[in-house]
Design a protein around this ligand. Structure first.
Ligand code: ZN
Length: 450
């Protein structure tokens, strides 16, 4: 008989394996996790858990007898609304793809209703593949925030800033003002985190970048930006500005631990050392880089310099999916090929890139990115009983090298169920398919006119 009263947490999950990510390379067998008020309160051996729970809590517990429970995946870079443009312009070079295909379509279509529908489609795909938090850089971020709250995901809204007008704003100051207004609106929110999202060094001039550097420091907000995506971008900037983009950002005061650079395929040794000493983070998007032939991010070299490298899918128009399991596998394989070293980017490093590293880069690692007591219960369960997962010698290897997204069985965010036995809990799948069909017709119509 124990003196302690029996517990009735809001959620109890028993899992065959728990992969907490922190500490690294850890697999806990036959463990349980308790959640109350959205946060993890206990992570302990299943046998100990059973002695602490009330009869009702035990009866209501989720039993995952053949599954690995891991942190919800963190997609560190993307443009969720572009999911509506999946497959509309493939096998084109980056500049032609942008100028002849994507920008004309966006100019005609990318309004608030496009963003609402595209983000909802992205949310469904992300939940079905185990992602619970995503960084997003797109117009009408207020719509992205709304859909994120409705579907109970978590987002870093990297609100766009550009020199030129779009349907969302007409000049750089208006983009910046809309960003700070959104930050005011959501500053107390656990699910919506606002950041500055200046598109790239070549599309934002010095004055707005200087203003962003000042405001980001004052408000302690991240700055999320495409930087050194291709060698051509760097070469063009050297001709136009007389200086490489990273050096220009440094001179403008942007290279700080708040800066989150996406791509970074063309870096010199000095630039790697500069990024390392500044504490800035990198979002690596291997499948998008491969598809657009953008170049290669030297992940192993960056990691050896102590740079935090996170993982993202980029938008669906250049990937063409939001599957972080395949992205982990590609990151591990490409990292080895680029380093010409089969020990580069091992499975546990790829898993960290897809979880805790993304959380760190967004400044959210106190709350998400690993399964630790006190953090939000953002969880993803993977059924490892399928044919492609047996025999099973190493759970982390299996998760990175042979798991398919369709093996994700359950997802929770802040302890709330988003996916149960592959069924979406916060999105009406039939309605979503109908809405997407309607958008497909509209996009096709505009694409054929172009
Ligand atoms: Zn991007």
């Amino acid at each position: 008989m124990t003196d302690n009263p029996l517990l009735t947490p809001d959620l109890v999950v028993f899992a065959r394996w728990v992969v907490p990510v922190v500490p690294t390379q850890t697999v806990l067998e036959n463990y349980a996790l308790f959640v109350t008020d959205g946060r993890i309160t206990h992570l302990l051996p299943a046998n100990d858990a059973k002695t602490m729970l009330s009869e009702a809590a035990l009866a209501g517990a989720t039993q995952l007898n053949n599954h690995a429970l891991l942190p919800g995946l963190v997609n560190a870079h993307g443009h969720a609304a572009m999911t509506l443009l999946r497959g509309v312009g493939d096998d084109m070079p980056l500049q032609a793809w942008l100028e002849e295909r994507i920008w004309p379509l966006e100019g005609e279509l990318a309004d608030a209703s496009f963003v609402n529908a595209g983000v909802r489609l992205a949310a469904a795909e992300m939940i079905l593949s185990g992602t619970t938090c995503f960084a997003d850089n797109y117009f009408f971020p207020e719509e992205t925030a709304k859909v994120t709250l409705e579907t109970k995901l978590r987002v870093q809204l990297a609100c766009p800033v550009l020199d030129f007008p779009t349907r969302w704003a007409s000049h750089a100051d208006e983009y910046i003002n809309k960003t700070t207004a959104l930050h005011d609106q959501y500053r107390q929110d656990d699910r919506v985190h606002v950041a500055f999202g200046p598109h790239s060094p070549y599309s934002v001039s010095d004055a707005p970048l200087r203003k962003i550097a000042t405001l980001a420091a004052e408000l302690d907000l991240p700055v999320h930006m495409h930087v050194h995506e291709t060698q051509t971008e760097v070469d063009d900037a050297e001709v136009k500005d007389g200086v490489r983009p990273l050096a220009r950002l440094h001179a403008l005061g942007l290279l700080t631990p708040r800066l989150f650079c996406t791509h970074m395929t063309a870096l010199t040794q000095e630039e790697i050392e500069l990024v390392a000493s500044s504490g800035s983070h990198i979002a690596h998007c291997p499948e998008s880089n491969l598809k657009l032939a953008s170049g290669f991010c030297e992940v192993q070299k960056l990691a050896r310099h102590g740079i935090n490298v996170a993982l993202g899918t980029d938008g669906c128009a250049s990937n063409n999916d939001l599957d972080m399991f395949s992205e982990m596998r590609t990151a591990a394989q490409l990292g080895k090929a680029v380093a010409q070293d089969a020990t580069a980017v091992p499975a546990n490093a790829a898993l960290a890139m897809a979880t805790i590293n993304g959380a760190k880069a967004m400044g959210l690692d106190a709350d998400i990115g690993s399964l630790e007591v006190g953090k939000f219960a953002d969880l993803c369960a993977v059924d490892l009983g399928s044919i492609n997962s047996i025999p099973l010698y190493d759970v982390i290897s299996q998760l990175v090298y042979s798991t398919q997204a369709s093996q994700v069985s359950h997802v929770w965010s802040g302890g709330e169920a988003l996916l149960c036995d592959r069924k979406l809990q916060t999105i009406d799948e039939q309605q979503l398919k109908r809405t997407t069909q309607e958008w497909q017709k509209r996009v096709k119509h505009v694409a054929e006119k172009a």
